[in-house]
Structure formats: structure tokens, C-alpha cells
Design a protein. Sequence first.
Length: 95
Amino acid sequence: MSYNDNNIVIDVSHTKFCVGPCSSKEEESKVNIFKPKSGGRYKEFYYPLNKNSYLILKNVRICCDCNSRYLEFIDEEDNERLKQDSKTIRKKLKI
Ligand SMILES: [Zn+2]
């Protein structure tokens, strides 16, 4: 984990469970049930912490629900709900 300005940047390459805001900490099985379906990793997910800072997750595998939720909130520019999710994620990942 590193702090870049006010951002919290965390590389989740080695996290085996979904790093999204859902309550599941169940590890992904051999079958690729998380996104991306290819088995790779998304480069970065940005969750706002407050006005000028972000929780930045790098090398992400995420369950379908958390992925659609994120895309929906980004699409709707719903920063309040994204902020709420950043809190949930920090608790889940203990950051
Ligand atoms: Zn999830």
C-alpha cells in the first residue's frame, strides 16, 4: 500500500477474493467466476474518498455484481454511493 498525495493506492494482485464492496470473502475457485472473464486483471478501479482523493485498486479481480455496481455508479456519476463503497472496501481489505 502507498499514499500518493491524498490517494490510497493498493495493489490487490494477490487478493483471492472479490475486492469490491460485497460482503463475500470467498476465494475464487479455479473456474473464472469473477471479472475479467479472461482470467486477467483490470488495471485500476477508482473509488472516491472525498473531493480530491481516491482509493485506487490496482490489478483487480472483482465479482460480477460489484463490477456492474461500479460501472453503474460511474455512469450515473453517483459519487456519494461510490464514496460509501470506498468505506466498505477499506473495512473489507483492512486498509
Ligand atoms: Zn464482490
